[in-house]
Design a protein around this ligand. Structure first.
Ligand code: NAD
Length: 322
């Protein structure tokens, strides 16, 4: 039985990855600062550890016979509101996790394979309709925020350790991921969950919601099940450089909100207010991931149906978020 360590297993993507690996027959240890809030699938073992500390990284990695695979998803993370207000926390906490995990997992424990979750936030801002860029065109770099810079630094840290100590490091840059069982309130939620919550909180079948900015920014979204399949494919591929995971079709935030309103069967008026918007547009190649056989199974509408219904259930169960 293969053994996998999932760092950040208490979070949105990490908890779904645990389920995926368990279904594939792995023995899985999850590590995080907290237990998963929603997931029903349990890791075989779950350790509460702060991975900013070297001793805790060693505890996470210590297992009889060693881990076959390590998935590093732990990060101080949130949506645009969080990324803009917590840049020191991101630069400090996520960098410490990654510097220590690279050193301990690769140099000391010599794990055979390590996956690192990067982000398309490492790319520069793009104009709408601009020609797509490849993974390699990320350099010269000009990410829009510190979250992107930390990810870029971490990518290079893992790659440097891989070159020197021989671990097979695999890196994926995720598009905006959405789906059930993610953060939906509290300030760290991302646009799909935040918009779903606002629409679910509208009483009756019509109302108004706030949207940050003019709603014309364009984004690509990837459904959680498709993303997790992509992670597994990248981890088991021979591709040593970073790989984007996500479809190529983008949507404006205004159209995205209208899609959710349609799913909710509500008539929603959008009120544009000041707020952190992030980049104008992004257009990345997904040729590398599709060449590995990856194809999204969920359309945005199908994925958002699952997501909205789940968020609506949370709103009904737990009451208003504010
Ligand atoms: P998440 O916040 O739900 O999960 C991250 C987890 O890391 C959290 O459970 C958190 O408690 C844990 N963590 C933070 N600091 C820690 C520490 N010091 N020690 C141990 N655990 C710690 O976020 P997510 O959406 O599941 O993202 C997972 C990974 O994917 C992150 O690295 C994130 O940057 C990356 N990513 C996510 C998206 C997305 O759209 N969600 C997009 C691009 C990249």
């Amino acid at each position: 039985m293969k053994k996998a360590l999932v760092c950040g297993a208490g979070g949105f993507i990490g908890s779904h990855l645990v389920t995926y690996l368990k279904n594939k027959g792995y023995w899985v240890r999850g590590v995080d600062l907290k237990y998963p809030e929603f997931s029903k699938t349990k890791a075989d073992e779950f350790l509460i550890l702060d991975l900013r500390g070297r001793k805790n990284c060693r505890k996470a990695l210590s297992v009889n016979g060693g881990f076959d695979e390590v998935y590093q998803l732990a990060a101080d993370m949130g949506g645009m509101g969080f990324i803009h207000s917590a840049e020191c926390d991101i630069m400090h906490n996520s960098a410490l996790i990654n510097i220590n995990m690279a050193y301990i997992a690769i140099k000391e424990f010599k794990v055979p394979r390590l996956f690192f979750s990067s982000s398309v936030c490492i790319y520069r801002d793009m104009k709408k309709g601009e020609k797509e860029i490849t993974e390699e065109a990320a350099i010269p770099a000009n990410p829009d925020n510190e979250y992107g810079w930390e990810k870029l630094y971490a990518e290079r840290t893992y790659q440097a350790f891989a070159r020197k100590y021989g671990t097979k490091v695999r890196i994926a840059r995720f598009q905006n991921c959405y789906g059930p069982e993610g953060t939906w309130k509290g300030g760290r939620e991302k646009a799909p969950a935040a918009l779903s919550r606002k629409i679910a909180e509208v009483q009756g079948d019509s109302g108004e919601i706030d949207v940050w900015g003019d709603g014309k920014a364009r984004r690509v979204f990837v459904y959680i099940n498709d993303l997790v399949e992509g992670i597994y494919l990248v981890m088991h591929s021979d591709v040593e450089s970073a790989v984007n995971i996500g479809p190529t079709e983008d949507t404006s935030i205004n159209d995205f909100a209208s899609l959710i309103a349609k799913i909710a069967k509500k008539k929603i008026k959008i009120k544009h207010i000041d707020g952190p918007v992030g980049v104008e547009s992004r257009n990345f190649s997904n040729k590398k991931i599709t060449s590995l056989g990856w194809k999204p199974k969920y359309s945005l509408e199908e994925g958002m149906k699952e997501t909205y219904l789940w968020v609506e259930q949370q709103v009904k169960r737990r009451g208003k978020s504010i």
